[in-house]
Design a protein around this ligand. Sequence first.
Ligand SMILES: [Zn+2]
Length: 89
Amino acid sequence: MARTLPTLHETDLEAALLRKSVGSLTATRATCEDCGRTPLVGEHLYRYGAHVVVCALCTRRHRTEPDAVELVRHSERGQTVKIIAARAA
Ligand SMILES: [Zn+2]
């Protein structure tokens, strides 16, 4: 008696790979706690406490001063080749 095996269609595989890649991108991305927006590179993020991070647009809603202000950097920061020391000629 032959068993029927589940088949994987090409469109299912594409959708699964897309979901996986988008999920991995959003896992490391900082988003505003208030509006859910992802700040652009070069914008500032305002940190209130250990877990609340808001964007520049939403920081006006908070009455206290932020504990820290962080610059949003490009995702490839720290993964580029750097010149450590110049060689003497
Ligand atoms: Zn916001």
